[in-house]
Design a protein around this ligand. Structure first.
Ligand code: AMP
Length: 395
């Protein structure tokens, strides 16, 4: 990885355009989760402390190129001020006179939030004019929105080509953690891929088998693999039409020396609901569905974790929202947390339901790194180039 960080830029007296992800959830008119806001505070504070003027660029919701008052970032301004502990000015447009006037009024150490970049159709089209309009407002571009880096938008990619650019603290932390997990990991590396369907994670599986030493497949997608190997799956969630694809993945994994790990025992029930009557079996009955991996499978996974130096995890091992079918996910997550605490495992997780599943297990805080980025984390795990990151590296 080759990108500049905040430490390599002199911000004194300069205006820094900082792309952040503060697309926070609201409940009853109030921000209901501050995670994303808190995550960008170190970058804002460091630039302000270095005497820079901080101008925040961000999107909010999906206004699709129109001004939608319900998606105004003005609503996020009070929460940002409260978490930051200093005033945050606001401009009613991210380009043009309102933005220019607000930037001119800024003094070193002060912070300005610009209106939703997606109110302009040019944002998602990576329009050169919009990127130029944004770039005209400042001296330096800082990207701290890893979660938006898989999109080539004017505020994530186009602008980076027009100004000296660097990664913010959150972006730097994400990229460092991801590099330690898949770029230059300590081996052996084990990946856990769970979740509902193989079809949504084909690229992920294809990339991982070439990079990791063991790949644990769990959740609904394991059923597709079991069925492809001729095992009964009853009424389980299963993509029978992907049997050939699953067999190809098995063959390819063998060829490249990646150990594929599938459940050796199963927790089955007749209903998809919490506390449904359930059994532990090695073969799924015709009228039952697989909802979790069994205890022997968990033991096998724990052994693999113990023999690994690096773990990368996406997706639950079972229907984790329904007790007790969260057992395998919880046990494996706690084992990973324990090994991480002991210093023998570097553990990185992210994407979709994974963060929720690890939080439920009470394991998230012990992981080495939990990525809060959904789509960007998955695309990175798939081995795809992220335009927002590539633009920083091209500097
Ligand atoms: P994903 O979004 O692909 O990571 O999938 C997560 C979803 O997969 C969660 O809602 C889980 O409940 C679901 N899931 C995991 N294992 C199973 C299973 N064996 N049967 C049905 N759904 C499952």
């Amino acid at each position: 990885m080759n990108f500049k960080t905040l430490d390599q830029i002199d911000f004194a007296g300069k205006t820094a355009l900082v792309r952040v992800d503060i697309n926070v959830p609201f409940e009853n008119g109030q921000v209901s989760d501050f995670t994303r806001i808190d995550a960008v505070l170190p970058t804002i504070r460091d630039i302000a402390a270095a005497g820079g003027k901080v101008v925040l660029l961000a999107h909010f919701g999906r206004p699709k190129g129109k001004v939608v008052p319900e998606m105004s970032l003005r609503q996020v301004q009070p929460a940002l001020e409260a978490r930051l502990g200093q005033p945050v000015a606001f401009a009613e447009d991210c380009i043009g006179k309102p933005a220019k006037d607000a930037v001119s009024a800024l003094k070193p150490g002060e912070v300005l939030l610009l209106e939703n970049t997606r109110f302009h159709a040019g944002e998602e089209k990576n329009d050169k004019m919009l990127a130029a309009g944004l770039a005209a407002l400042g001296d330096v571009y800082v990207n701290d929105a890893f979660s938006a880096a898989h999109r080539a938008h004017a505020s994530t990619e186009g602008i980076a080509k027009l100004l000296p650019s660097c990664a913010g603290r959150l972006m730097e932390a994400e990229l460092t953690a991801l590099d330690a997990a898949l770029g230059n990991p300590q081996r052996p590396v084990v990946a856990v891929v769970g979740g509902a369907k193989v079809s949504t994670k084909l690229d992920l599986l294809g990339n991982l088998i070439t990079k990791v030493d063991a790949l644990v497949i769990g959740g609904g997608m394991a059923n597709t693999f079991l069925a492809a190997m001729g095992q009964p799956v009853g009424t389980s969630l299963c993509e029978h039409d992907l049997a050939d694809t699953a067999r190809e993945i098995i063959t390819k994994a063998k060829a490249v020396g990646c150990k594929l790990v599938l459940p050796v025992d199963l927790v089955v029930a007749r209903e998809f609901k919490a506390h449904a009557d359930h059994q532990i079996v090695t073969e799924c009955p015709a009228d039952a569905m697989i909802l979790d991996a069994g205890p022997a499978s968990v033991e096998q996974i724990a052994d693999i974790f113990s023999g690994s130096r690096t773990l990368i995890w996406n997706g639950p091992l079972g229907a984790f929202e329904l007790e007790p079918f969260d057992t395998a996910t919880n046990s494996a997550a706690r084992k990973a947390a324990e090994l991480t605490r002991a210093g023998t495992l570097v553990s990185v997780a992210g994407g979709g339901d994974t963060v929720a599943a690890l939080n439920r297990a009470g394991a998230a805080q012990d992981f080495t790194y939990i990525s809060t980025a959904g789509g960007a984390f998955l695309e990175w795990m798939e081995g795809k180039e992220l335009p927002g990151v590539a633009a920083l590296e091209a500097e």
